[in-house]
Design a protein around this ligand. Structure first.
Ligand code: SAM
Length: 361
């Protein structure tokens, strides 16, 4: 394996932090040529950058998994429509509002509504839901993560009060996209959706699974270059987890090390981005969340779905499903405190409009 010197690493890190263009080869070297000590150094640099930007506060979002019905058949995902082994559920508007109320009582100021692409939760239904939540909680932020819809639907959701939208592009490389998805899904449509969300003024999140089947380092570099164009306000990355009863059940999962290294690199390049310590990390490593924070993550999304739904929303095999949300919050709070951070209960919007972003590109 090729290696790079500490001096070169320092130069590359300075470049990441600058407004200068970073050549693909440099990203490639940072992702593949660092020894474990150098990787840890990069993670520390990223954590310092995050602290410089956000202090030691970690924003929290209440995650509500609104349905595990999905019309899509992504090869990696446990809730893909062809998986007949899982029990399907969809929350009613009343159940979702109840989850929002509980989350509000716990102190959350952001609700993240995530689900499969469930045809029954159609545009009309979503507009009604968002309107109802916003009427009850006008000061809270609503984040949607409900997949691909047309621009008119995104416009209506925004008008009804949605503030943010998470839609991972999964991979920018079109060939790789086809290896992860059936032919009726397209990379171009996914990217188009993201551009529309940005145009409509959403705080927009994208991201990838790290270590997904057939992914190459070049693919990851393309993903970073795409993010430099899109300038997402949020970046969600997590390890791919091989999941039973999917076409990829026998594939190798991604790793925590790979994921936190990429996370560090992204933090250095996108200092103001909201970057969560994703649940997939905790599924692989009990301390995955802490490791992500110590690599530059600044957001946690505890699950506040009704316990029954939490078990059934099995996009991958999960560990540590708490039956009581309050217990989970206390646990998270302890863990965050133990590494010298604290929970920041404010809304935690993106710091500035993207045009004001002073760093890079
Ligand atoms: N349907 C919405 C969408 O497509 O954005 C939201 C739900 S989808 C299940 C949320 C994310 O879960 C996906 O973007 C994907 O990256 C991640 N995911 C699905 N299966 C996974 C797996 N086996 N391992 C890790 N992440 C996975």
């Amino acid at each position: 394996m090729q290696t790079i010197s500490n001096e070169t690493l320092q130069q590359y890190t300075d470049l990441l932090k600058s407004n200068e263009k970073v050549m693909p080869d440099i990203y490639l070297a940072l992702l593949s040529q660092l020894n474990p000590q150098q990787q840890d150094w990069l993670r520390q640099q990223a954590a310092q950058t995050a602290v410089g930007q956000f202090g030691k506060g970690i924003y929290v979002r209440a995650l509500i998994e609104i349905s595990n019905y999905c019309k899509n058949n992504c090869y990696y995902c446990g809730i893909r429509c062809a998986n007949t082994t899982i029990q399907r559920y969809r929350l009613t508007q009343e159940q979702i509002i109840e989850a929002c109320q509980k989350a509000d009582q716990l102190g959350f100021k952001t609700f993240v509504l995530q689900g499969g692409e469930d045809p029954q939760q159609n545009d009309e239904w979503m507009v009604q839901l968002i309107t109802n939540i916003k009427t009850l909680f006008p000061q809270h932020a609503i984040t949607l993560s409900i997949g691909e819809r047309d621009k008119e639907a995104y416009r209506r959701f925004k008008q009804a009060g949605a503030d943010r939208f998470l839609l991972r592009h999964e991979t920018y490389n079109a060939k790789h996209y086809c290896q992860l998805h059936p032919h009726n899904m397209s990379r171009d449509n996914r990217i188009n959706c993201l551009r529309q969300l940005k145009e409509l003024g959403y705080q927009t999140g994208t991201g990838i699974m790290v270590g997904s089947p057939y992914q190459t380092m070049q693919d990851i570099v393309e993903d970073i270059l795409f993010m430099e164009q899109l300038l997402p306000e949020m970046i969600g990355i997590g390890p791919f987890i091989a999941t039973p009863n999917t076409p990829f059940e026998q594939q190798a999962s991604g790793t925590v090390d790979q994921t936190t290294l990429l996370l560090a690199l992204l933090r250095l390049r996108f200092p103001k981005a909201l970057i969560p310590a994703t649940t997939a990390l905790t599924a692989l490593d009990d301390h995955g969340r802490e490791k992500a924070i110590l690599s530059g993550a600044n957001v946690i999304m505890p699950n506040v779905s009704p316990p029954d739904a939490r078990e059934k929303y099995a996009i991958y095999t999960k560990k540590n499903i708490f039956s009581e949300t309050a217990d989970a919050i206390a646990d998270i709070q302890n863990r965050v405190n133990n590494i010298g951070y604290h929970i920041d209960w404010t809304r935690g919007d993106y710091p500035l409009t993207i045009k004001q972003q002073n760093n890079h590109v």
